[in-house]
Design a protein around this ligand. Structure first.
Ligand SMILES: [Zn+2]
Length: 273
C-alpha cells in the first residue's frame, strides 16, 4: 500500500525545506566565516611553476613527483598579489611544514626570510630552465652604410640575434632614454611607448634558432631637441618555451652628439656614479 497523499506531500515539502535551509545556512556561514586561506593560483600558473622547477622543492631541491604543494609565500594582503605567480613556491611536504611552523615565541635556529625564500626559488627555477635559454644578443647601430635613411639620428637601428641552433624563444625589449640635465641631475624619460610595442615590452619578439632581426625606432622628441648628454638603456628579457622570463642585466649606451655615435657603457645608468 502506498502512503496517503498528504504524507507524500509532507515528505516532499520537508525534503525541499531542509534542502533550502541547508543551502541558506551554508550561504550564511560562508558569509559570516570567510576563509582565511589566500586566494588560489590559476591552474595555468601552477603548471608553469611545476614545469619551471621540474617538480623539485624550491627550498631543498628534492624531486617531489606528486608530493608537492604550491605554497603562498605571503599569506595575507592584497588578493591580486596573493594569487600572483610571484607569490607561488613549489615545496615538498617537509619544507612546507617547516616554513609554516616556525614559532616566533620560541626562536630556535634561523627562520626563512621572505627575500631568501624568493631568491632560493629563483635559484631552483634557474637550475631547471637554464638549458632552455640560447645565446641572444641585443645591439644598436647608428649610421649603417646600407640603410642611411633608417639609421640617421634621430633614428636608431636595433639588432636582435638568436645566436644558436637550439630552441626558439620569445624576447621582450624595453628601451628608455635618460637626459643628464647638468649637476649630475638626470631626467629619466621612462620606458618608451612606441606604436607597435616592440620597444616598450608590450609586444614579444619571436626568435627562431639562428634568426637575426633588424629593426629601427626614433628617439623621443625631448632627446632630439636637447643638447644635454643622452643615454639609452635597454633591458632584454628572454622567455623560454615554458613561459619563464629570464631578465638580462640592463645595457646602457651614451650618445656622442658631435660624433653621431653611441658608445656602450659597462654599467647601467642607475648604477653609474
Ligand atoms: Zn623541501
Amino acid at each position: 500500500m502506498g502512503k496517503p497523499a498528504y504524507d507524500l506531500w509532507d515528505d516532499y515539502s520537508s525534503h525541499v525545506c531542509q534542502g533550502l535551509i541547508r543551502k541558506r545556512t551554508q550561504q550564511q556561514l560562508g558569509e559570516k566565516m570567510p576563509s582565511n586561506r589566500p586566494p588560489p593560483f590559476s591552474e595555468k600558473d601552477k603548471i608553469r611553476v611545476l614545469l619551471w622547477s621540474e617538480r623539485h622543492c624550491c627550498l631543498c631541491d628534492k624531486p617531489c613527483d606528486t608530493n608537492i604543494v604550491v605554497h603562498h609565500i605571503q599569506q595575507k594582503g592584497n588578493p591580486e598579489e596573493l594569487s600572483n605567480i610571484q607569490n607561488a613556491i613549489p615545496l615538498c611536504y617537509d619544507c612546507h611544514g617547516r616554513i609554516k611552523s616556525y614559532n616566533l615565541t620560541h626562536r630556535v635556529g634561523t627562520s626563512y626570510r621572505m627575500e631568501e625564500v624568493k631568491a632560493r626559488r629563483e635559484q631552483i627555477y634557474e637550475k631547471y630552465t637554464r638549458h632552455l635559454i640560447p645565446l641572444v644578443n641585443f645591439n644598436i647601430e647608428q649610421g649603417a652604410p646600407d640603410k642611411p635613411e633608417l639609421s640617421t639620428f634621430p633614428k636608431v637601428i636595433t639588432h636582435v640575434t638568436h645566436g644558436s641552433e637550439s630552441l626558439p624563444v620569445k624576447a621582450k625589449i624595453e628601451i628608455k632614454h635618460i637626459l643628464e640635465t647638468g649637476d649630475s641631475k638626470k631626467h629619466d624619460l621612462g620606458i618608451m611607448q612606441d606604436k607597435n610595442g616592440y620597444y616598450s615590452g608590450k609586444t614579444l619578439w619571436h626568435l627562431n634558432p639562428a634568426v637575426r632581426i633588424r629593426g629601427n625606432y626614433t628617439v623621443p622628441e625631448e632627446c632630439i631637441n636637447s643638447n644635454f648628454d643622452m643615454w639609452l638603456e635597454a633591458r632584454l628579457t628572454i622567455i623560454d618555451e615554458y613561459e619563464r622570463p629570464h631578465t638580462m642585466l640592463p645595457q646602457a649606451w651614451k650618445y656622442d652628439r658631435k660624433g653621431y655615435y653611441w658608445f656602450l657603457e659597462p654599467t647601467s645608468f642607475t648604477e653609474w656614479v
